[in-house]
Design a protein. Structure first.
Length: 274
């Protein structure tokens, strides 16, 4: 297994019609996700409106997690880039520092966060990444056919030691520090993690952690590796225990890989007796 895209390709073959990722607004099957990733990667590799990206370019995300974000994230990975989610709730000054250190080629955002991002960019150093609205990218991807030749060429350059994502630390010294994690690190970890906890394609995971927090890696890649379904829980559901527990029950969730604080919240609110 040379990169995490191999996980997606296998899941798309073995579990084509199974839901891969879902949120309250949208769901996507493994077959649909793989097709979306190929279309987006094609745009990233050849279209000047969205790059074009070169190997090991960075793609930042300034938006909340979503099913659409997963597709774009993996599209960037298929184009040999790495990704990094930037916390939309952190102070603008720190976000500007993160962007300056990350030095991404592109930053993906949505309508809700575009204005804030442009304000942050005004505070960043001279480096000015290209800002891309996710809806514009997805609309173009829907009209774009995968370029098999271009994708094959990129696939031949895939390497397990390339960076997959960058997460930033809390920055206790005052300067945010990015930690780059390779494809190989995730592949080796997820193989052991899913085996230890017996996660299979029959499971339904409920993702609590935002994508800028590395706990989310367990959800995302456990799903891709096993063919399990991953339901993304919006951040604000954790301030409404009834809504949260209904979401878990209605979607028949089997597995929670949550931070202790989230589990404590559910327990305090008597959610475990729901």
């Amino acid at each position: 297994m040379t990169d995490v895209i191999t996980m997606l390709e296998k899941a798309a073959m073995d579990h084509k019609d199974r839901i891969a990722f879902a949120d309250p607004d949208k769901s996507i099957t493994y077959g649909e996700l793989n097709d979306t990733v190929l279309r987006i990667a094609t745009l990233f590799l050849r279209d000047e409106r969205f790059g074009p990206l070169e190997a090991e370019d960075g793609v930042g995300f300034y938006m909340e997690k979503s099913t659409d974000a997963v597709g774009v994230m993996l599209g960037a990975v298929r184009a040999l880039a790495f990704y990094s989610f930037i916390d939309v709730r952190q102070p603008a000054e720190r976000a500007a520092s993160v962007i300056s250190i990350l030095a991404p080629k592109l930053i993906i955002t949505d309508i809700e966060n575009e204005e804030a991002l442009r304000g942050i960019m005004a505070q960043a150093d001279e480096l000015k990444p290209q800002i891309v609205l996710i809806n514009d990218l997805l609309e173009c991807a829907a009209k774009c056919e995968p370029d098999e030749g271009l994708l094959k060429e990129a696939g031949m350059k895939a390497c397990d030691i390339r960076p997959l994502y960058v997460n930033f630390t809390s920055g206790s010294t005052g300067t945010p520090k990015g930690v780059a994690v390779s494809h190989r690190s995730v592949i080796d970890f997820i193989r052991v993690f899913t085996g230890t906890f017996n996660i299979t394609h029959e499971d339904i995971l409920a993702n609590q952690a935002p994508f800028d927090f590395d706990v989310s890696v367990k959800d995302i890649y456990s799903g891709l590796y096993t063919g399990a379904s991953v339901w993304l829980i919006p951040r604000d559901y954790f301030s409404n225990p009834v809504l949260l527990m209904d979401y878990l029950a209605d979607n028949k969730v089997t597995t929670l890989i949550w931070a202790v604080s989230a589990m404590c919240f559910v327990s305090i609110m008597n959610g475990l007796e729901y």
